[in-house]
Design a protein around this ligand. Structure first.
Ligand SMILES: [Zn+2]
Length: 235
């Protein structure tokens, strides 16, 4: 009896890491299921966050997948950009200790032609995907010194391969946090449904993984692989 008990305890601790999920698996989000929970999301994830009301729900859902950013100061604001969103440390962060850094996530909702993708045209899950990607940039910034961030920035603007690999690493952080399907949703929308011109798609192709690449990344990931067929192919 005692041997049996010991065996069960040993097996439990041996198998526990295989059963333990790094994040609560949710698949795709239905907006109507989350609208009613906005107060509890606000209570838990809006500390030090400045979010336009219009985008609050998707930002809070994405933030709920990044508990390590709970007390990090992040301002979400509208700005015209070459791309749909971007995350940057604020310039004053250069002169502050790492723990006092502040960040901005810029949301582009001013594009009116097919030279880019207007955030307001992006579907709900795909929005959560790109916000999750920008939050992953902040997770990355948080691990680095300002000098390291500046050197990354120089590599980013001067070398295409460096840029593409850098963005892929950021996507891996997003996937590890549980927003892999949302990343796929964004990429799939951009390449298959969005009203953008071929020049913009070429820019995206040169810098980010394709929907097929995302599918391959998710298929290999233990947290997603068991759900991959039903979720990706039914979307
Ligand atoms: Zn990025």
């Amino acid at each position: 009896m005692q041997r049996k008990l010991i065996l069960i305890i040993v097996l439990f601790f041996f198998l526990w890491p295989l059963n333990h999920k790094a994040f609560a698996f949710k698949g795709y989000f239905k907006k109507e299921n989350y609208v009613q929970h906005i107060d509890s999301l606000r209570k838990e994830f809006s500390t030090q966050k400045h979010i336009p009301e219009k985008y609050e729900l998707e930002c809070l859902i994405a933030l709920s997948y990044y508990p390590e950013l709970k007390n990090v100061d992040i301002e979400f604001l509208n700005k015209r950009l070459k791309t749909t969103m971007a995350a940057r440390p604020r310039v004053n962060a250069l002169f502050k200790q790492k723990k006092n850094r502040t960040y901005r996530i810029l949301i582009n909702n001013s594009i009116t032609d097919s030279s880019g993708l207007n955030y307001d045209d992006v579907p709900f899950n795909a929005r959560i995907g790109i916000i999750g990607h920008e939050l992953a940039h902040i997770v990355d910034y948080e691990t680095k010194s300002m000098l390291h961030i500046v050197l990354n920035g120089i590599g980013y603007i001067s070398n295409n391969t460096y840029r593409k690999n850098f963005e892929k690493d950021i996507d891996k952080i997003t996937i590890a946090h549980g927003l892999g399907y949302q990343l796929y949703a964004f990429s799939s929308f951009l390449f298959n449904k969005a009203d953008v011109n071929s020049e913009y798609l070429k820019f995206k192709e040169e810098n980010y993984p394709s929907p097929e690449n995302y599918k391959a990344m998710l298929t290999k990931h233990p947290e997603y692989s068991c759900h991959i067929i039903e979720k990706l192919y039914s979307s």
